[in-house]
Design a protein around this ligand. Structure first.
Ligand code: ZN
Length: 127
């Protein structure tokens, strides 16, 4: 979910929580792919018929590809959430994560203009 859409719909803290859960779901997928990859290597045998070896090789390639993709998604979602979270502190009153969206994608650098709910200070969060 996009940052401005997520903050508008759920608020920052829920958006952040959802991004972390989403990224860790990809980590679980990576773990499942690692188990599948090890199992595929364990059952692979050169003595097996050609069709069986082809299926085993396809399973190895599939688990490796999905595992690599899930690792990339895990890091992307986690680092993006942390990048935004590091900007979620109001510089005026030091309140963390309590802000509302003033304008999404309104500035030239594609940042979001937000307003602190405690002191009404405004700042930009770069997505
Ligand atoms: Zn504030």
């Amino acid at each position: 979910m996009k940052l401005d859409e997520g903050i508008r719909k759920h608020g920052f803290r829920k958006w952040y929580e959802r991004e972390l859960m989403h990224s860790h779901a990809h980590l679980l997928l990576l773990l499942a792919c690692a188990i599948g990859l090890m199992t595929s290597f364990a059952v692979f045998s050169n003595a097996a018929p050609l069709m069986q070896r082809a299926l085993d090789a396809a399973a190895i390639a599939l688990f490796a590809a999905v595992g690599f993709w899930s690792l990339k998604r895990y890091f992307f979602l986690l680092l993006h959430a942390e990048h935004v979270a590091n900007q979620a502190v109001c510089s005026a009153c030091k309140t963390y994560g309590r802000f509302s969206l003033v304008a999404g994608r309104a500035t030239q650098d594609e940042s979001l203009l937000v307003r602190c709910r405690t002191c009404q200070h405004e700042w930009a969060i770069v997505d």
